[in-house]
Ligand binder design. Structure first.
Ligand code: NAP
Length: 487
């Protein structure tokens, strides 16, 4: 199997916040890898901008160091690295001031590059100023694209404000709201798996599916992001965006075409079909110290914090396809392993013709792994090989993408790389539309308000464990089990 690389059109990409962490860790190394892959056209230009008083040379040095740190294998390709560094330019701009914009306009306008994109790798409080100044200074045209990062709002009201601010200067088709989970190979494969095979669709419904588990588990804590995280928690930081997107792609109806608005219309319908969640169907957790691992409260430097670093919840979708099928969502920090997966657990056969053979509930499941080792596993029940009566056993039919793509000349593009190239191509399929984001907040807000109203305190769980006991009980009370948090 050979990965096909289609170069994108020439572009000018301006990165606001080019001196920041996201640009250093993800955006710039990702663009470099696309250049190595042959996807970046030779006349593409990347213009970094921030308040730091750098020039082109200083920026190139910074980017070279960032690539060395975050993409060490590719860094060794000196010829390509030099080629990439030549595409880089830098202009110091304080986006809250009026200086620097004329220079930026002049730099961009020198070329007649057809694609003009602005990546706002800065805090959301700066989006409005940047959008406005880009338009006023004539830098943004009606075909330009603007890319914004999460968090997209803190609640429905703030998300709505951000949408309004962006839409004052850009049309919806120009706005690319990134949720990097949507750029993962497996997430797109979920759509291919569901809609390019006739096999699964007939069983992808309440008649055949017992329940669905969506887990995103991290081993890291809040890692210096305490100030932001303690004001957000797992519900805002993970459920409202990443888990919601995974839920939508798993549950949505087949869109008429694999095109941005068709896909996003179907996702929106799922969000609007979500029932309000019963308080008994949610477990909030907060990690406590365990051995050398410190507690959440220590990490957040807030001894009174009531912010959740873990959430498990049972969610219902009221529509023809899914009524009666629980979707269990689970995410947390400082857990036993780093893994993300969607598991569709099918119902047991209606009648067993093997009265003496023990069949475990949920023996048939389809597990879509997002990380680590992206891939898909179908669990089947077969006869245990050998003599001594008919015994049944569960076997995995496993497909790891790394194995499936062995021999391909290039690694699979990571989520950021793919999304960056989609921006240049003008393909919004894997980006969130404004109404989707607002609908997700409209569902999440009452849940958070109810906790605040009740003064809810999260249940402690050991750092390095599998989450609070209440999360296990959420499943056990319905005779179900979480899939283990393990790699
Ligand atoms: P960061 O490290 O704090 O970087 C912020 C950037 O904004 C810096 O380059 C800073 O540069 C620039 N900046 C701040 N005020 C400015 C101003 N007035 N004018 C011009 N530039 C200004 O933040 P980050 O981690 O890169 O995150 C950027 C955005 O991405 C945030 O919204 C964050 O929530 C989101 N995000 C980040 C990650 C991640 O992994 N880091 C992941 C998901 C989402 P100067 O100080 O030089 O001006």
């Amino acid at each position: 199997m050979v990965a096909r690389i289609i170069p994108v059109d020439p572009f000018d990409l301006v990165i606001f916040g080019a001196s920041g962490d996201l640009a250093r860790r993800k955006i710039l190394p990702g663009l470099f890898r696309r250049l190595i892959a042959g996807q970046m056209p030779p006349n593409a230009r990347i213009i970094g901008s921030a308040r730091s008083k750098w020039d082109d040379d200083a920026f190139r040095k910074e980017v070279s160091n960032a690539i060395k740190e975050f993409s060490p294998k590719e860094y060794k390709n000196t010829e390509k690295l030099n080629e990439f560094l030549k595409t880089l330019h830098y202009l110091p701009v304080d986006v809250l001031g009026d200086t620097g914009w004329k220079e930026l306009a002049a730099l961009i306008k020198k070329d007649a590059n057809p694609v003009r994109a602005f990546y706002l790798s800065v805090g959301p409080s700066l989006f409005d100023d940047i959008a406005e100044r880009l338009t006023k200074s004539g830098i943004a045209t009606k075909d330009s694209r603007i890319v914004v990062e999460k968090p997209f709002g803190h609640d429905l009201e703030t998300a709505h404000q951000l949408n309004e601010q962006l839409r004052r200067n850009f049309k919806e088709h120009q706005i690319y709201r990134i949720d990097h989970y949507l750029g993962k190979e497996t997430v797109q494969n979920l759509m291919a798996l569901r809609f390019a095979n006739a096999l699964l669709e007939p069983v992808w419904n309440a008649q055949h599916v017992d329940h669905v588990q969506i887990s995103v588990s991290e081993t890291i804590g809040i890692e210096g992001r305490g100030g932001y995280y303690d004001n957000s928690g797992a519900m805002r930081d993970m459920v409202q965006n990443h888990l919601m997107q995974l839920l939508c792609l798993t549950a949505m109806e087949p869109p008429a075409r694999f095109e941005a608005n068709d896909v996003r219309d179907e996702k929106l319908k799922v969000i609007r079909s979500l029932d309000p969640v019963e308080p008994d169907d949610i477990v909030r957790g907060q990690y406590r110290a365990n051995g050398k691992a410190g507690s959440y409260k220590d990490d957040a430097e807030n001894p009174d914090s009531r912010t959740e670093s873990f959430i498990a919840m049972k969610v219902h979708i009221s529509n023809w396809r899914w009524t009666g099928v629980p979707f269990y969502l689970r995410t947390g920090k400082k857990l036993r392993a780093r893994m993300s997966e969607i598991a569709v657990i099918f119902k047991d056969p209606p009648h067993s013709i093997f009265p003496n053979a023990e069949i475990r509930h949920g023996g048939n499941s389809l597990v879509i792994r997002l990380q680590p080792d992206e891939g898909i596993t179908m669990h089947m029940i077969i006869k245990e090989p050998g003599q001594g009566g008919l015994r049944l056993t569960e076997v995995p039919l496993d497909m790891s993408f790394a194995d499936a793509l062995k021999g391909a000349p290039l690694d699979i593009a990571d989520a950021y790389e793919r999304l960056l190239m989609d921006v240049i191509r003008g393909d919004q399929t894997l980006f969130m539309r404004g109404d989707e984001v607002e609908a997700a907040w409209a569902w999440v807000d009452p849940i958070i308000e109810a906790w605040q109203h009740a003064g809810d305190t999260p249940e402690p769980y050991d750092a390095g464990g599998s989450g609070p006991d209440g999360s296990l009980a959420l499943m056990h009370r319905e005779d179900r089990r979480w899939r283990p948090i393990e790699v």
